[in-house]
Design a protein around this ligand. Structure first.
Ligand code: SAH
Length: 352
């Protein structure tokens, strides 16, 4: 057997590799034998744990104000071309209500780092959702906050937190972010979230400017150590009002290969087929499911605000209303041989 396939078999057996092992696999992502072996194993593992179930998460993009200035992001503070909006507590609750009627049992509140939504305001919103929908999971994706703040939001009823690490290489992290942001603080946040008891989601952009296969190998080692409950990965896509406007987008194929590797590494992980993947390839989300993903996150934000929550160019689903969106997704999911499920879709790790 070749060293490449031996490494693949070792990974499948042990569910872990060192950085050079991952780099070898990543540098041969186009090898047909490797690709089909890894994909087949990833899909078999997903089916063993989750069957053909695909979970839906209702995404509510409740503010596009942001105090941060991440170089790649369309809602960064210095983008003056953007119309900024905030939903009121009532509007957020009404998105949840609409979502609940449609069968959503997880709400994901995502936004820029907007100081208006301080702890008191967020706690009020989270407690209100918790009171109104005791059977639903509440996921937050609000960026970096203090441990105390994460704890208070958890106590108010939040269950899960998504905070992508973006890249596990400190130097690469710094090249994508302004000086005031730091890799150390990002890591501190992820550690705090886990210690508090959140189900935690990490993840990276694939093909962000300056990224090499060595960086991606570091990302895999990092995920292997952190063991998050969820991993959100998607291709980098340039945004026209950022300094990376002229950079090439990340690769759909690499993203799919990484989804399969992550499914094998963490068999019970919740793995979304992301909107960014669907943006670069019209069949991207179906392909993601067929590579081992098991989560889809449709948009529940009010139609008039969606066009303003633009992290990157050409984002899909900015016109549809949630009901249409769900019909379209049902078709896509069944084309991938799966079906949508309407429960909280909790982590089923542990077992394997
Ligand atoms: N402010 C929050 C959440 C909003 S950004 C936070 O920092 O966690 C959500 C995710 O969108 C980011 O973690 C990043 O990985 C992704 N993103 C931002 N800009 C992007 C781009 N140009 N292309 C692809 N993904 C991008």
């Amino acid at each position: 057997m070749s060293l490449l396939m031996e490494t693949a078999e070792k990974f499948i057996r042990d569910r872990k590799l060192d950085r050079s092992g991952y780099q070898l696999l990543l540098d041969h992502e186009q090898d047909p034998q490797l690709l089909s072996r890894i994909r087949e194993e990833a899909v078999a593992l997903r089916e063993k744990i989750y069957g053909h179930d695909v979970y839906i998460r209702g995404l509510i993009e409740f503010t596009n104000y942001c105090k941060n200035n991440c170089f790649y992001c369309g809602i960064r503070r210095d983008n003056r071309q953007l119309h900024r909006y905030r939903l009121t507590g009532e509007e957020i609750l009404s998105c949840c209500g609409q979502g609940y009627e449609l069968g959503f049992r997880t709400f994901v509140l995502q936004g820029g780092e907007d100081p208006y939504f301080d702890d008191d305001r967020m706690i009020q919103i989270v407690s209100e959702i918790r009171r109104s929908y005791p059977d639903c999971a509440i996921t937050l994706s609000l960026g970096e906050r203090t441990k105390e703040s994460y704890q208070r939001l958890f106590d108010a009823g939040a269950d899960r937190y998504l905070l992508r690490h973006e890249t596990a290489d400190a130097g690469h992290y710094q090249s994508l972010h302004p000086q005031v942001m730091s890799f150390e603080n990002r890591m501190r946040c992820l550690r705090d979230l886990k210690a508090i008891g959140y189900q935690v989601g990490a993840g990276m952009m694939v093909g962000s400017p300056g990224q090499t296969s060595l960086h991606l190998a570091e990302d895999l080692v990092f995920l292997q150590e952190l063991r998050p409950h969820m991993v959100g990965i998607g291709p980098f896509i340039p945004h026209h009002d950022t300094m990376y406007a002229g950079e090439p987008a990340g690769s759909v194929e690499t993203t799919l290969f990484l989804l399969s590797l992550i499914r094998i590494m963490l068999p019970g992980v919740l793995l979304p087929a992301t909107t960014a993947l669907g943006t670069l390839d019209p069949q991207g989300r179906e392909k993601g499911l067929m590579a081992g993903a098991n989560v889809i996150m449709p948009n529940l934000s009010p139609a008039e605000n969606r066009k303003d929550y633009v992290l990157y160019d050409n984002k899909i689903c900015i016109g549809e209303d949630p009901a249409c969106c769900l019909g379209c997704l049902e078709k896509r999911v069944s084309r991938a041989g799966c079906h949508l499920v309407t429960d909280r879709g909790d982590y089923k790790g542990g077992g394997l």
